[in-house]
Design a protein around this ligand. Structure first.
Ligand SMILES: Cc1cc2nc3c(=O)[nH]c(=O)nc-3n(C[C@H](O)[C@H](O)[C@H](O)COP(=O)(O)OP(=O)(O)OC[C@H]3O[C@@H](n4cnc5c(N)ncnc54)[C@H](O)[C@@H]3O)c2cc1C
Length: 263
């Protein structure tokens, strides 16, 4: 590792000041520390959010769950109220990586990082969730801008994510055996704002699929999803899978997710 200094602020305002001065925010470290070890990132100062109490924890506010940025995947996956009211979200958290990753990785780190194959961004986008930051509130539709890119400014921290609880929802993914990251993942919700379908792992970042949303709005059934042709021209092709294979996965996983959501 390169030499770096470590700050452990006690509140969000101090953390934001350190970030504004060039510090790199550290949450669960599951991505950041690995990229430092690989020399892909060499921050001179790390700003550890682990000591900021206000960033951790889960609250129910009306018909929404507000999940603090430093909440670990394990805590979302095992939260009794989330498991009862929004089981798709608990299932997603409970199937990220392995137990060690789930014990350390945080929702804020996952959403801020916006890995094109990460699970949480699909839940945030499909739920029409709100990303609450140290400066403002950002609608999911405006937050994810592409490959590892979000609407966050350099000195802006995610403090929480507010998830409206949908009427129905499910997440399905095909895992890469080595990492458990999805080769493709599809999160489907049906709620007050209609049907939303978000896809991860297939493109340069998470995206909504209008064709699937339109078909499922007419008929929320696996058969309706099966009838949608998925255009592969903008999808990723790499050593793990071709674009055509990913397109087929989007369709198949959406059918499975709808079936699961219908119980
Ligand atoms: C072996 C392995 C398997 C994995 N499998 C999966 C998987 O199946 N699905 C999946 O979705 N993910 C997977 N992950 C990723 C993991 O779940 C973490 O969510 C992810 O690494 C980022 O979260 P973190 O808390 O570790 O963030 P960190 O690594 O600490 O930070 C990541 C980035 O986000 C920034 N950041 C962190 N918190 C904030 C904040 N509150 N505000 C603003 N910026 C912030 C940091 O500065 C950094 O740039 C896997 C990781 C590993 C190592």
């Amino acid at each position: 590792m390169y030499a770096f200094t470590l700050e452990r602020p006690a509140n969000v305002a101090d953390a934001a000041k350190l970030a504004a001065a060039g510090g790199k925010v550290l949450a669960g470290g599951q991505t950041l520390l690995a990229s430092m070890k690989l020399r892909l990132s060499a921050p001179e100062q790390l700003v550890d959010l682990g000591g900021i109490k206000e960033l951790a924890g889960i609250k129910k506010e009306g018909n929404a769950f507000v999940i603090g940025a430093m909440t670990r995947h394990l805590d979302v996956g095992s939260h009794a109220e989330i498991k009862a009211a929004f089981p798709a979200l608990a299932w997603l958290a409970d199937h990220i990586g392995d137990r060690q990753v789930r014990a350390m990785g945080t929702i804020g780190g996952s959403v801020a990082n916006n890995d094109p194959a990460a699970c949480y961004p699909s839940a945030v986008l499909a739920s029409g969730a709100t990303v609450v930051t140290s400066k403002r509130e950002i609608a999911a539709d405006d937050f994810f801008l592409g490959l590892f890119t979000t609407a966050l400014e350099e000195d802006e921290l995610i403090t929480a994510i507010r998830f409206p609880i949908p009427k129905r929802a499910a997440y399905e993914k095909l895992r890469q055996k080595a990492s458990n990251f999805p080769l493709v993942g599809v999160f489907v919700t049906q709620g007050d704002s209609g049907v939303r379908v978000a896809v991860t792992g297939a493109g340069n970042g998470v995206f909504r699929h209008k064709g699937l949303e339109d078909a499922l709005t007419k008929s929320f059934s696996p058969e309706a999803a099966a009838g949608v042709k998925i255009d592969s021209s903008d999808l990723n092709s790499d050593l793990h899978a071709s674009a055509a294979y990913r397109a087929n996965l989007i369709n198949v996983l959406t059918q499975r997710a709808v079936k699961k959501a219908l119980g």
